[in-house]
Design a protein around this ligand. Structure first.
Ligand SMILES: [Zn+2]
Length: 250
């Protein structure tokens, strides 16, 4: 029996999944260093802003949107960086141009959807960190984990109190390895405790995803407080940076 030699095929040339931000017009390769489908790192100059898909729908002349971080919703959509300048430009005409129709989407609607999506992602990440035993919680357990994994990310409750002034947290803040998120009670829900002030995540992929979710939420939030027409990148970068480096603690 003749054995057919496998015909030499060129390595599967995967189609480049490039998407363009409707705010700044930059094209981003979704798979370049992608951590999760649809969540791709972008150019350094934007402080690591995430390119997110926004699913848009029109009903009775009013536009609504869902920030579709996993990029799995059907229907019409467009891509935009989670950066105030890009979000503002998207609402000012970027979405209309991309969808070739007049999209009258208030920035406030997009901002609300963006913050909600970032919160949901954060909740999902914490839940899977707990399920996968990838997180330590409580000061002692976090300290133990940090002794073994010095690069672990700390999630500090915004009302963490004295723990936020501990050496472990101060070191992590200085190294950019800490994010502030939610209250002790809310963090507690994910770990079956009444209150949790401190969580340590050792898994690097999960840490990056958490930092992104917190930074995305900060970018959308910064958009809602910026004066109309303001396009200062420095401001957005600062807010994102602060979200990652200084837990808002009392
Ligand atoms: Zn952009």
């Amino acid at each position: 029996m003749a054995v057919l030699a496998p015909s030499p095929r060129p390595p599967k040339a995967a189609a480049k999944r490039e998407r363009t931000c409707v705010g700044c017009g930059d094209a981003v390769d979704l798979d370049e260093g992608a951590l999760e489908p649809g969540i791709a790192p972008s150019a350094e100059q934007r402080g690591g802003a995430t390119l997110l898909r926004v699913a848009l729908a029109e009903a009775d002349g009013a536009w609504t949107c869902v920030v579709d971080a996993p990029a799995n919703l059907g229907g019409r959509g467009a891509w935009v960086h989670a950066a105030p300048k890009c979000l503002q430009r998207a609402c000012k005409g970027g979405f209309s141009k991309a969808l070739k129709t007049k999209v009258d989407l208030p920035l406030a609607t997009l901002v609300e959807a963006g913050q909600l999506a970032a919160e949901r992602r954060m909740e999902g990440l914490l839940a899977s960190a707990r399920r996968g035993r990838l997180a330590a919680f409580g000061h002692d357990a976090c300290r133990e984990l940090l002794a073994k994994e010095p690069d672990a990310l700390l999630v500090v409750a915004t009302d963490a109190g004295a723990i936020a002034r501990s050496r472990e947290v101060e070191d992590a803040v200085r190294l950019g390895r800490a994010v502030a998120w939610a209250t002790k009670r809310r963090l507690g829900v994910f770990f079956g405790k009444e209150e949790v002030a401190l969580v340590a995540i050792a898994d690097p992929r999960m840490s990056v995803a958490i930092v992104r979710a917190v930074a995305d939420r900060a970018a959308f939030a910064a958009c809602s407080v910026e004066p109309k027409g303001s396009e200062t990148t420095t401001k957005s970068t600062k807010v994102e940076g602060e979200a990652c480096r200084s837990p808002e603690v009392r």
